[in-house]
Design a protein around this ligand. Sequence first.
Ligand SMILES: [Fe+2]
Length: 179
Amino acid sequence: MLASPTQSRPDPDPAAPGASPRRRLLARAAELARDPAVRPQLHLEADVRTWARIDGPDGCEAWLVGWPPGTATGWHDHGGASGAFTVLEGLLEEHTPAAEPSRETDTVRLPPGGPHRRALTPGAGRAFGPHHVHDVLSTGTVHAVSLHLYAPALPSMRRFAAHGGLLRLVDVEHPGAWT
Ligand SMILES: [Fe+2]
């Protein structure tokens, strides 16, 4: 049986002097999410995820994503880009291996008890490095909306399939697949 997801809280001081690049990226995502001109750029559909490219700060690639309940990304990495995302509305859950791989890899082992699960409520967010692998799911009863930043711009998204306790690379998507 899967353990209950942990609750992620907003980083208490992500923009502090000396903060890591990841924390600064998360702070930029949170700041952009608070811009009242941003959220209206996303159109929601009843049954499928939707996304909208928006202007990102400092050359970051930025997206708004709408998530009907029950939808998910599937397991993927970000082709060597670092990233951050924050929840504006609804409830997301991020599944990850026990630790972020230290290099690009075609196979990732999950913990014996299943992936680590983090519940992300509005205002919560996550930042990650270039080899992060995750699956993000909409687990609430209403649409979720999230904002995502990538630095540099996404060169690809590598997709993985779960076989038992192992994630195996099965496909590589390039920007034409989502733009
Ligand atoms: Fe992702």
